[in-house]
Design a protein around this ligand. Structure first.
Ligand SMILES: *Cc1c(COP(=O)(O)O)cnc(C)c1O
Length: 381
C-alpha cells in the first residue's frame, strides 16, 4: 500500500512533465563538458567566475589536505574548529566588510540555522515570494508567523510589518533571485526594516563573488547597518563548497551559541577552508573575470534582442528565457541539447506554475564565440 502510493506519486509527477533527471558529467567543472557520453557547451552552472576548476584553488585544496588531512572529526564547538577555519572566517568578514563571520557547511544549512536562532514562536518572518527554498524552510523551522510578500514589493512588505504586533521581526530576501536573476531593492528593504525594527537577512548565494567586484550585494549597494545579516555561499561563484554568515559580533556570537545547524553538525574539512581562502585571493587578483562575465551578459542580451525569445530583465549571469508550460520548455531544452548545448529547463515547484523557463547562466569561462553559438542556435529554433 505505502509503496503503491509512492509509485502513483511518481507516475503523476512524470505525467505532469515534472520528473527530474540527473545527467552524469564525465569531465571536471567548466563550460565544455562531456555529459552522458556527449560533448556539450554548458550554460547551466553557478560557477560564474570559472573557479570550480581553477588551478590555484585546486592546488590549495591539495595543499590543505597535505597539511590538515581530510576530516574535521567533530563539530566546531567540540574539537573540529581548526586554525584554517578561523583564518577563513576572518578573510570572509574582511572581504564583505562586516565585523565578523561564521562558516557553515552549506548555504542550505546556514539559512536553516540563522532564522530559528534569531526568531521563534510569537515572532514573525517576512519573506519574498520568490525566495530560495532554504529561506522558506528556515522560516518554517523557526515556528514563527511566516508571511510571504509580493516579489520585490517594498510597499507590500511595509504594510505587513506595520500590521504585525510581533516583538521580533525578521525580513529575509535573496539578493539575486536564483531563477530570475533580478536584484532585490536592498536599500529600500533595509530602510523599511530599520523603520520597523526588523532584521534584514540577505541571502547572497548568487551575488557573492559576482556583484561589487566579488564582494557581494552589500558592497554593490554600499550598505551597512547593524540590522543586516549577510549570508554568502562558497559553492557557486567561489567555486568551492560551504557558506558563511556575517554581521555584528553580537549576531555572530548568537549564531555560534545557538544556530542548531551550526552546533549539531561536523565541521567541514579544513582543507576546504584552505581552498576557500585561495578562492578569495583569486577573486581579488583576477578582476578580469568580472569584466569578461559582464561582456558575456551584455552580448547574450543583445544577441537575443528582437527575437521571439524573451529574457527576463536581469543584469546578472542568470539570464532566464521565459517559456511558460513544462512540455515546451523541455522540448526547447532537448532541441538545444541535440545541437550540443546544455541549458537546463526549470519547472515548478522551483518556479511558479506557468513560468517554466530555460535558465541560461553565464560564466567568465564562456568565450564570445560560445555565447554567439548559443544565440544563433536559439535564433534558428
Ligand atoms: C544555492 C542557494 C542556497 C543554498 O546554498 P548551498 O551552499 O548550495 O546549500 C541558498 N540560497 C540561495 C538563494 C541559493 O541559490
Amino acid at each position: 500500500m505505502l509503496l503503491r502510493l509512492l509509485e502513483e506519486d511518481l507516475a503523476a509527477r512524470a505525467a505532469a512533465g515534472l520528473k527530474r533527471q540527473r545527467r552524469v558529467v564525465e569531465t571536471p567543472a567548466g563550460v565544455r563538458l562531456r555529459v552522458d557520453g556527449r560533448e556539450v557547451l554548458a550554460f547551466g552552472s553557478n560557477d560564474y567566475l570559472g573557479l570550480a576548476n581553477h588551478p590555484k584553488i585546486a592546488a590549495a585544496l591539495q595543499q590543505g589536505v597535505g597539511t590538515w588531512g581530510v576530516g574535521a572529526g567533530a563539530s566546531h564547538l567540540l574539537t573540529g574548529h581548526y586554525a584554517v577555519h578561523e583564518e577563513l572566517e576572518q578573510a570572509l568578514a574582511q572581504w564583505v566588510g562586516l565585523p565578523r563571520a561564521l562558516a557553515f557547511s552549506t548555504g542550505y544549512l546556514a539559512n536553516l540555522g540563522v532564522i530559528p536562532a534569531l526568531v521563534g514562536r510569537n515572532d514573525a518572518v517576512f519573506g519574498d515570494r520568490l525566495n530560495h527554498a532554504s529561506l522558506h524552510d528556515g522560516a518554517l523551522l523557526a515556528r514563527a508567523e511566516f508571511e510571504r510578500y509580493a516579489h520585490n514589493d517594498v510597499a507590500d512588505l511595509a504594510r505587513r510589518l506595520e500590521a504585525c504586533p510581533a516583538r521580533r521581526k525578521l525580513v529575509a530576501t535573496d539578493a539575486v533571485f536564483s531563477m530570475d536573476g533580478d536584484l532585490a531593492p536592498l536599500r529600500e528593504l533595509l530602510a523599511v526594516a530599520e523603520a520597523h525594527d526588523a532584521w534584514l537577512l540577505v541571502d547572497d548565494a548568487h551575488g557573492f563573488g559576482v556583484l561589487g567586484e566579488g564582494r557581494g550585494a552589500l558592497a554593490h549597494f554600499g550598505l551597512a547597518s547593524p540590522r543586516l545579516i549577510y549570508m554568502g555561499t562558497l559553492g557557486k561563484a567561489a567555486g568551492v563548497c560551504g557558506a558563511f554568515v556575517a554581521g555584528t559580533d553580537t549576531v555572530i556570537e548568537t549564531l555560534l551559541q545557538s544556530a542548531r545547524s551550526y552546533v549539531f553538525t561536523t565541521a567541514s574539512p579544513p582543507a576546504l577552508a584552505r581552498a576557500a581562502c585561495a578562492s578569495l585571493e583569486v577573486m581579488r587578483d583576477e578582476p578580469q573575470r568580472h569584466r569578461a562575465l559582464a561582456s558575456r551578459i551584455a552580448q547574450l542580451k543583445e544577441g537575443l534582442a528582437g527575437t521571439r525569445w524573451s529574457l527576463l530583465p536581469s543584469d546578472t549571469p542568470i539570464q532566464p528565457l521565459l517559456v511558460g508550460d513544462n512540455e515546451s520548455v523541455l522540448a526547447l531544452s532537448a532541441a538545444l541539447w541535440e545541437q550540443g548545448f546544455w541549458v537546463p529547463a526549470i519547472r515548478p515547484p522551483t518556479v511558479p506554475k506557468g513560468t517554466a523557463r530555460l535558465r541560461i547562466s553565464l560564466s567568465a569561462e564562456h568565450g564570445a564565440a560560445d555565447v554567439a553559438a548559443l544565440t544563433s542556435a536559439l535564433r534558428r529554433l
